[in-house]
Design a protein around this ligand. Sequence first.
Ligand SMILES: [Mg+2]
Length: 235
Amino acid sequence: MRLSKVSAISLDLDDTLWPFGPAVARAEATLLAWLLQHAPKTAGVLASPAVLRDLRARYEGKNPHLAHDYRALRLGSILLALEMAGEDASLAEDAYDAFFAARQQVEFFEDALPALEWLSARFPLVAVSNGNADLKVTGGHHFFRAALSAGTFGTAKPAAAIFHAAAAAVDTPPAQMLHVGDDPDLDVAGALGAGLQAAWLVRPDGPHTAQWQRGGARPHLILSDLQSLCRALAG
Ligand SMILES: [Mg+2]
């Protein structure tokens, strides 16, 4: 497919502007340290941050209706750890706050901020994320006209509604929106299904490189970094 007129751009956040894995790993290490300090009996059930990840997966398995509510999933899994350890369940909210603050400590990919600067000078930008990063805390907020997240908007990618809301936020017809993201299903198929154009960002060590090798999606553009998006739009 060839790119047609682009009047505005929506961007995914996790694994598009910064690597998600290291941010979550740091946040889980912070959460573990917080729990060991404030609820010391959790030491008996939490041998490593990996246990926190397992608890969250277990909690999600039992609560599929919460699949896109990352706060509820994390909070529920913290409660589970506190209960298993015989600790005070009322500590869960404060523990979550410690996790959430650490989750916002992201490290942008080298190309991300220069690309956002270039793009934002030429196009209105909208963030569209299923995660719960807060651009005001991570940095980069000033490049965006609007930010939609599944948690606050109520619908997650790949549903068309969140893409249409992104287009409406910058008064642009969906067909003139270009959505950029790393996930071939949530970002590429989602955007195409909503009538947007799509750019698939496949970073060399990204989580979806194998799908790219199998030819997993049919976007308008395939990018290895965000500077190449600027080049494509400048040309
Ligand atoms: Mg992503």
